[in-house]
Every structure is written in structure tokens, then in C-alpha cells.
Ligand binder design. Structure first.
Ligand SMILES: CC(C)(COP(=O)(O)OP(=O)(O)OC[C@H]1O[C@@H](n2cnc3c(N)ncnc32)[C@H](O)[C@@H]1OP(=O)(O)O)[C@@H](O)C(=O)NCCC(=O)NCCS
Length: 306
């Protein structure tokens, strides 16, 4: 597997397929948004079912993420498996994990996984069938989260998630002491970032297996020594690195049923101020490429559609 590499793509849909002014507040907002030329052009690249799914979202911001997700999946299949856009059919595997089923055993295959949150869509992929992948992007909602923590306290916040995290994880999250002292707001922000790092890592892992929330071992999967990646603004002393990418942390300990898991590659990277992206791979042998930020016109749309 030495020749293989896991590619990682990021598409920010914030400035593409713009929402007409006032549309986001109307009851017909997604339908209205779909009539904009740039949007209808992109929606036409999806299958009827994919388009219908995207248009079922009430808010255009969610419809955009669904549109971006499907476009990235088609592009990844077409590129990796060397098939045309229309042959790049997205199927569902066990537990509805999206996958690609080659038309013949001799044809190329692809393992991939997608996540979206805020205005970001991320896809990780690898040619072949040897590796299983999971990805998760989270965006901290500072205003909402801060108010909840101020109202109920951080322990109550952590206890809400006791069905997902192990007892030790809940304790780690509730009792996290930020490495640097600051204002009360700084401390809450650091604790929330620590919680989101735990969440993002667990999601990436359960999405890799495909069992997702159905995994009966959710509480038996435990992350220890979770490091919180620094946001992009803290990457150098002046905060002027100029890049959206923050720190990457890859030394989390994975435990399952009390035994150390050493066969999974898991890393988490900060993006801008409030995003974190975790990637999980079932192979230690295949390296992760750096995330590539895609331009929808240049990198995603099929050639004849540009
Ligand atoms: C569906 C689920 C896999 C991820 O949902 P999510 O975190 O809300 O959303 P994400 O954006 O990260 O992932 C959505 C993508 O996961 C993929 N997906 C769907 N089912 C999947 C499965 N069984 N395994 C892996 N990936 C799956 C899809 O590509 C989907 O995007 P699409 O519909 O545009 O194709 C599932 O875990 C879930 O519902 N999670 C809710 C959050 C939660 O409670 N997490 C607790 C663990 S910390």
C-alpha cells in the first residue's frame, strides 16, 4: 500500500451559490435559492434523488451543504475510478454509509467519507478497498454554547453526553483544566474546544467503521490524552501566519473495551477560529495528504459544464 495516499478535500460553500437577499427568511427560501442561475446549474449536476434531498432542507445554508457534499462525492469517484460524471454513482453500504460500487470487479474502487458543518464540506478518500475512512468537521457555536454553560455549568454540559462518552471521558471533559490561565470567557472557550475535540474524534472513528451512532461500543470507545489543536490565529506569536489552517494533533490514545487500539490513524486539525476536522483511517501504512481547498468551478464541476 506504499503507493497509496489518502486525499483530503475542503470546500467552503459560503460564497458559492449565493442566497438571494431576503430569501433566507421566507418560507419558500430553499425553492427561491434553487432558481438562482448558479444554483440551478449546480443542482442540475445531481441525480433526481440527490437534488430532491438537497431541496428538502428548509434553510438554503443546509441545502448548500447537501449540494456540496454530493458534488464532492461525484468528483472523487469520477477522478479516482476514472469514470464519467454520470457513471460516478453514489451508493449506500452497510448502515447507509455512502460508497461507490464499481460496475465490475476489475474496475477501480474508492473508499471515501464526507462531513459538513457551518459552511464547510470535507471529503477524505483513498483508491481501492484496503482502507476504511471517517471524517468529521465541527464548528463551535460560541454564543449559544457560552450561554448554555453560563446557565447550567460545565459539568451539566458534559453529563448531557453520557450516552456517547465513557465515564472517564465525561470526567475528563467536565474536569478539564486549560493549560493557560485567562479570563472566565477564555477558560470556557478552552473547555468547549476540548469537548469539541473529543466529539470530533469520536465521530470520525464511528464514521470510519460505518456503524456511526448504532455502534454498540460507543461508550466503550475511549479517547485519552486528547490534545486540542490551536486555531489558525494562534499558530505563531503574532497570529499573522496568513493561513486558515491551525495546529494538527495526532497523538491521541484510542482505547476500546479497555485495550489500547494501535491500528487506527487518527488526527485532528483546527481550521480558522472555530472549526476542527478529525480524520480516521483503518491503516497506519497509508499517509494523509494535507487538505486541499477546492475551487468549485476549477476543481469540481465536470469539464463541459464549466
Ligand atoms: C449520520 C452520522 C454518521 C453523522 O452525522 P453528522 O455528524 O450529523 O453529520 P456529518 O456532516 O459529519 O456527516 C454526514 C455525512 O455522513 C455520511 N454518512 C451517512 N451515514 C454514514 C455512516 N453510517 N457511516 C459513515 N458516514 C455516514 C454521509 O455522507 C453524510 O453526508 P451526506 O448525507 O451529505 O452524504 C451519525 O453519526 C449521526 O447522526 N450523528 C449525529 C451526531 C451525534 O450524536 N454524534 C455522537 C457521537 S460523538
Amino acid at each position: 500500500m506504499e503507493h497509496l495516499k489518502i486525499f483530503r478535500w475542503l470546500l467552503d460553500v459560503d460564497s458559492i451559490w449565493p442566497v438571494p437577499i431576503g430569501a433566507s427568511k421566507s418560507a419558500q427560501s430553499t425553492a427561491h435559492w434553487a432558481t438562482v442561475k448558479a444554483t440551478s446549474h449546480a443542482l442540475a449536476l445531481l441525480t433526481d434523488g440527490e437534488r430532491a434531498k438537497a431541496l428538502r432542507f428548509y434553510r438554503p445554508s443546509d441545502a448548500k451543504l447537501s449540494l456540496g457534499s454530493n458534488l464532492l462525492k461525484h468528483r472523487a469517484i469520477a477522478n479516482t475510478c476514472q469514470v464519467s460524471w454520470s457513471q460516478a454513482v453514489i451508493s449506500e453500504g452497510a448502515n447507509k454509509k455512502p460508497c461507490y460500487k464499481p460496475v465490475a470487479p476489475s474496475c477501480k474502487s474508492l473508499e471515501f467519507n464526507v462531513s459538513h458543518h457551518g459552511s464547510l464540506v470535507v471529503l477524505v478518500g483513498c483508491s481501492g478497498e484496503d482502507v476504511r475512512l471517517g471524517v468529521d468537521v465541527v464548528k463551535m457555536n460560541w454564543d449559544k454554547d457560552y450561554n448554555t454553560v453560563m446557565k447550567d455549568g460545565f459539568e451539566a454540559w458534559a453529563n448531557v453526553y453520557e450516552s456517547v462518552f465513557s465515564d472517564r471521558e465525561v470526567k475528563d471533559i467536565a474536569g478539564f483544566v486549560p493549560p493557560t490561565r485567562g479570563t472566565q470567557q477564555d477558560e470556557i472557550r478552552a473547555k468547549l474546544r476540548h469537548f469539541y475535540a473529543h466529539w470530533c474524534l469520536k465521530e470520525a472513528y464511528i464514521k470510519m467503521t460505518g456503524e456511526a451512532l448504532l455502534a454498540p461500543w460507543l461508550k466503550d470507545l475511549e479517547f485519552r490524552n486528547v490534545q486540542v489543536p490551536l486555531p489558525a490565529s494562534r499558530m505563531n506569536a503574532s497570529g499573522q501566519s496568513g493561513s486558515d489552517w491551525g495546529q494538527t494533533c495526532a497523538d491521541v490514545e484510542i482505547w476500546l473495551y479497555g485495550k489500547r487500539v494501535t491500528y487506527v490513524r487518527l488526527e485532528i486539525q483546527a481550521f480558522r477560529e472555530d472549526y476542527m476536522i478529525a480524520t480516521a483511517s483503518s491503516s497506519l501504512e497509508v499517509a494523509f495528504s494535507a487538505f486541499k481547498e477546492l475551487d468549485v468551478e476549477r476543481d469540481v464541476y465536470p469539464f463541459q459544464e464549466r
